[in-house]
Design a protein around this ligand. Structure first.
Ligand code: F6P
Length: 401
C-alpha cells in the first residue's frame, strides 16, 4: 500500500485533533493502518515543568521554542519510522504554522507524499466555548478559570503572530472546520486515498446522537405555542426518566436550546453523569411564531384566520408575521448542528434536547424528507431518536425512555 503523511495546520482550538481522529477512525475501517502523532500530548506527558502558561509559547522564550522544536522532531522521527515499518498513514497533529517547519517535514519524508490540511474557523462564539472546554483539562488545574482562559488566548495570540498560511506547499487543503467545507485545494502529487480523505473531511460524522424533545410544559397542556414555559409535573417526571435511561451511557456533551423547558429536561442527565458539558445553543430555540407567540392554535384560528389558512396550505414555506417559518429555520438549525458536532469533537455519544419544529429540522438534516412533509414529522415527548451517521453506517431509531 502507498504511504502518506498528513500534516495538520492551524491555530489552537480550530478542530485539528477532531479532524485527525475522524480521519483515523474512518480510514481504519478500511484496514488502513493510521497513527496520530500529537505534539501537545508529548508536551503534557514528557515535560517536567508546567507548560500550560502562555509564556511557554512566547517566541521570546528560547527554552520554550527549543523544547517545542524538540517535540516536533521527535514526533517527525517516530512518524517516519512508523511509515517505514507497518504504517500506511501518519498524521502529524500540531499547529505547524511555519513554512520552515513544514518544509522540514517534507524533506524528512523524502519520497513519501505529504498532504497538508489547514483548519480555519473564525467563529468567535464557538472559539470561546471551545476554549472554555479545553481549559478544563488537568494541565490548567492550578489556575482559576479566568486565568486559564487568558493564558490559552495569549497562547493563540503568540501563534497568530507567527502564522504563515499554506500557499507554496504542493499538496494542501484548506478546510473550514465548522462548516466541513473545502475552501482551497491543491494536489500536485498523486496522493494515496485522496478521494476518500476528501470525503471524510466534508462529511458530518455522528457516532451516536440522541435527539430528544423536552417533556410536557404548561403551554403544551393548553396547546399554546412559543413562550418560555417550564415543565409540568409530568414533564419533570419525563426528565427524571430520561436521566435514568442514560445513566449507564457516558454522555460528555449535552446541547439544549436557551429555553427553560429544554434546560430543565437536561438537568437529570447532567446530574447522573460524572462530567457532562452542557452547552445551551440559541440556534436550537423553537421556531419564532411572531405575533402568534403564546396563543393557542384555536386562538390563532379565531384571531388570525388568514394565518391559519395560509399556514395550512403551505406549512413549510409559511413565515409567521414578525417570526420565522420552517424555511427560514433551516440556516440556523444547520449552524446549530455544525456547532454541536464541532464542539463535541469525536465524542461517542451526544445529546441534543430541542423542540418540536427544531427537532423536525434536525431530523430532516440527516434523514431525507420532502419539504412539504418536514413540518409534520412525528416528534413525541416520551421517545427519542437515536441517530448514527458515519460513512459506513446510517441508523435512525425511535426509542422510548
Ligand atoms: O406546540 C409546541 C411547539 O413547540 C410550539 O412552540 C411551536 O410553535 C410548534 O410546536 C411547532 O409545531 P407546528 O409547526 O406543528 O405548529
Amino acid at each position: 500500500m502507498k504511504k502518506l503523511c498528513i500534516v495538520m495546520v492551524g491555530l489552537p482550538a480550530r478542530g485539528k485533533s477532531t479532524i485527525a481522529c475522524r480521519l483515523r477512525e474512518s480510514l481504519e475501517e478500511e484496514n488502513i493502518n493510521v497513527a496520530i502523532f500529537n505534539n501537545g500530548e508529548i508536551r503534557r506527558s514528557m515535560l517536567p515543568e508546567n507548560t500550560a502558561s502562555a509564556s511557554f509559547f512566547s517566541p521570546e522564550n528560547q527554552e520554550g521554542v527549543r523544547l517545542r522544536e524538540w517535540i516536533a522532531r521527535l514526533n517527525l522521527d517516530t512518524a517516519r519510522q512508523f511509515l517505514e515499518e507497518q504504517g500506511d498513514i501518519a498524521i502529524l497533529d500540531a499547529t505547524n504554522i511555519s513554512r520552515e517547519r513544514r518544509s522540514r517535514i517534507c524533506r524528512a519524508m523524502e519520497r513519501i507524499p505529504v498532504l497538508f490540511i489547514e483548519c480555519v474557523n473564525d467563529d468567535e462564539e464557538l472559539l470561546a466555548t471551545s476554549i472554555a472546554h479545553k481549559t478544563k483539562i488537568s494541565e490548567f488545574g492550578h489556575m482559576t478559570m479566568s486565568e486559564a482562559i487568558r493564558n490559552f488566548r495569549d497562547r493563540i495570540q503568540f501563534y497568530a503572530g507567527q502564522y504563515e498560511p499554506l500557499d507554496r506547499e504542493s499538496n494542501h487543503v484548506v478546510l473550514n472546520s465548522l462548516q466541513n467545507r473545502v475552501v482551497q485545494e491543491k494536489t500536485s502529487d498523486n496522493i494515496p486515498h485522496y478521494p476518500r480523505i476528501r470525503d471524510i473531511l466534508v462529511s458530518d460524522m455522528i457516532q451516536n446522537l440522541y435527539l430528544i424533545r423536552h417533556g410536557e410544559t404548561y403551554y403544551n397542556q393548553e396547546r399554546r405555542i412559543g413562550g418560555d414555559s417550564p415543565l409540568t409535573e409530568k414533564g419533570l417526571c419525563q426528565a427524571e426518566l430520561l436521566g435514568g435511561h442514560f445513566q449507564t451511557t457516558r454522555i460528555p456533551f449535552i446541547f439544549t436550546s436557551s429555553k427553560r423547558r429544554t434546560i430543565q429536561m437536561a438537568q437529570p442527565i447532567i446530574g447522573a453523569q460524572g462530567e457532562c458539558k452542557h452547552v445551551p445553543l440559541p440556534e436550537f430555540d423553537e421556531i419564532k411564531s411572531g405575533i402568534c407567540d403564546s396563543l393557542t392554535y384555536d386562538e390563532i384560528r379565531e384571531r388570525h384566520p388568514e394565518i391559519h389558512i395560509a399556514r395550512s396550505m403551505d406549512k413549510y414555506h409559511y413565515i409567521y408575521p414578525d417570526g420565522e417559518g420552517y424555511i427560514t429555520l433551516q440556516t440556523r438549525i444547520q449552524l446549530g448542528i455544525k456547532k454541536a458536532l464541532y464542539l463535541s469533537g469525536s465524542a461517542e455519544h451526544i445529546v441534543i434536547i430541542g423542540h418540536q419544529a427544531v427537532n423536525r429540522m434536525i431530523l430532516s438534516y440527516f434523514l431525507y424528507r420532502r419539504q412539504e412533509d418536514v413540518p409534520y414529522i412525528y416528534i413525541p415527548q416520551d421517545k427519542y431518536f437515536h441517530i448514527v451517521s458515519t460513512q459506513t453506517k446510517k441508523l435512525f431509531e425511535l426509542k422510548r425512555f
